[in-house]
Write a protein that binds this ligand. Sequence first.
Ligand code: RB5
Length: 146
Amino acid sequence: MTIAIGCDHAGFELKQQIIDYLAQSKIDYKDYGAYSPERVDYPDYGALIGKKVGAGEHEKGIIICGTGIGMSIAANKMKGARAALCTSDYMVEMARKHNDANILALGGRTTTIDLAIRMIRIFLNTEFEGGRHAVRVSKIHSLSKR
Ligand code: RB5
């Protein structure tokens, strides 16, 4: 699995730290930018990662802006994307088990690298429980047809 990763300027520093962790851990990733701390617009990157993951080009993605909020809103506009903004181990665990989140949204200004690494490990290693949760997730996707 190759993780898609993207950020805006406010998420750039944390993204670089996460990339260091992924490389050290021999976890494959593809960096979709931003490639510098120069100011950019988070919807461009949130939508890009949302589209790549939603279309199945990558199984999972990580997106980072200042708070993770704007990125997650943008990514979730893309078909098939289920981005979850998480700030704790428990939130990530539930995002995987109950929501089958395929994108983890993080706040570069709100999340330490230690917490980010812990949450990424949970994100990559926790399975979706399926069953009644699969019915609910499919209901989420049918909402976009209204
Ligand atoms: C950029 O200043 C900031 O608005 C952005 O990174 C993000 O936090 C938006 O949700």
